[in-house]
Design a protein around this ligand. Structure first.
Ligand SMILES: C[S@@+](CC[C@H](N)C(=O)[O-])C[C@H]1O[C@@H](n2cnc3c(N)ncnc32)[C@H](O)[C@@H]1O
Length: 376
């Protein structure tokens, strides 16, 4: 993820206050053990709050991006200090001392982690993305002892309605608070051609804010005829908050199977289905294990004409055979969570069973669709 923040993937401007849910994209669950409570309608589940101060804005954004791979939620805030950088990044200013308005990165951990563990994780993330931080500027506290007791409200507060334009038609993702009420200005219900999806902020990814989610939603909106025509459930593979499942159903799909490897995601899918008035028979969540799926021992997912998977490169590469088994000839895979530069790798792997590739892109992110070939 090196440099992505600098190229604009940072979901928040470094100097504005905001909180974001992270992508939880590893092919295997990393840290779900020991969770007791979810944030969905329950008590706040954060156990540790880590504050890293005096960061350069770029470094803070890069670190936050890198932490997308961890099971944490991050917030970028303006620091009250200035960060001094002896050597400017920009070659034109090498050797000069620069003062920056510093940024504070706040990281919410759902489980109790040791300080040593947290510092090791930060160091590794910083090394990967080339960010600098000083161990002396890291403060680890128990959630109960911090000023972030209104953490859930902060999350809801930073999650504003998002409008995704789909060729003149729009999908609007409307955030709900923990009571299921519209968190911000109630959208105008009479607006033409606007499809509202209600999402409650939670530990599962999928608010519509990320380019990959937006591209998947756009694809669903542009392919309503396919969604309407199929009698098989759509498969939302790596459902996160369930945003794509809900979108597919609202756009004409009869039913969806929403799979994920994270329990939080399954809970989020259930909650968000309820919030959107979708019955259990139309949106079926399925907790799966990546390895079981690879070995073909998962009955929860059956044949489909459309499989949408917004996950990362590595699991997508690993899952080609599985997806080839699930998607009927003539059916489609809609793949995202990959960078444009990674598309050739996916195409090469998926060419074994798929054809008619089409690529879409937003910023550095890509969406790739392909049609399941007839078996030889
Ligand atoms: C980027 S989020 C996408 C969420 C939502 N579908 C969206 O488009 O916003 C990826 C989701 O895939 C799940 N995931 C990651 N690896 C997976 C795997 N191997 N099998 C199933 N789900 C996986 C993660 O837990 C996460 O919820």
């Amino acid at each position: 993820m090196q440099g992505l923040a600098r190229r604009g993937i940072g979901l928040l401007a470094a100097t504005t206050r905001g909180v974001r849910s992270t992508l939880s994209l590893s092919p295997l669950p990393r840290s779900s053990a020991g969770r007791e409570a979810s944030t969905l309608g329950g008590e706040a589940a954060a156990r540790k709050v880590v504050t890293v101060t005096k960061l350069l804005p770029d470094d803070a954004a890069s670190l936050a991006d890198e932490l997308l791979y961890e099971d944490v939620t991050t917030s970028l805030e303006q620091d009250s200090t200035v960060a001094e950088k002896g050597e400017a990044r920009d070659e034109a200013f090498q050797g000069e001392t620069h003062l920056w308005q510093a940024t504070k990165l706040v990281i919410f951990f759902q489980e109790d982690r040791s300080e040593e563990d947290i510092l090791a994780m930060l160091s590794s993330a910083a090394a990967t993305c080339g960010a600098d931080f000083h161990k002396g500027d890291v403060e680890v506290a128990d959630y109960e002892d911090t000023t972030y007791v209104n953490w859930k409200e902060a999350v809801a507060d930073s999650f504003k309605p998002i409008v995704i334009d789909c060729d003149g038609k729009s999908i609007r993702v409307v955030p709900l608070d923990s009571d299921g009420e519209v968190a911000h200005v109630r959208p105008d219900e009479n607006e033409d051609d606007v499809l509202d999806i209600f999402i409650q902020p939670c530990f599962a990814f999928g608010t519509g804010e990320h380019q990959t989610t937006a591209m998947c939603l756009r694809w669903l909106r542009g392919n309503q005829d396919i969604l309407r025509a199929t009698e098989l459930p759509i498969v939302d593979y790596g459902a996160g908050s369930g945003i794509l499942s809900i979108g597919a159903l609202a756009l004409g799909a009869g039913s969806v199977i929403a799979t994920d490897i994270e329990e939080d995601a399954i809970l989020a899918v259930k909650t968000n289905a309820e919030r959107n008035g979708i019955s259990e028979s139309r949106l079926v969540p399925a907790l799966i294990a990546h390895q079981d799926v690879l070995h073909g021992s998962v009955d929860a997912i059956g044949a489909t004409d459309v499989l949408v998977a917004n996950i990362l490169l590595t699991p997508l590469l690993e899952l080609e055979q599985t997806f080839a088994r699930l998607v009927r000839p003539g059916g489609r895979v809609v793949l995202s969570g990959i960078l444009r530069t990674q598309v050739p790798k996916i195409r090469a792997r998926y060419s074994e069973h798929f054809e008619a590739f089409e690529e879409d892109g937003q910023d550095e992110w890509a969406l790739l669709t392909a049609v399941r070939r007839q078996p030889n």
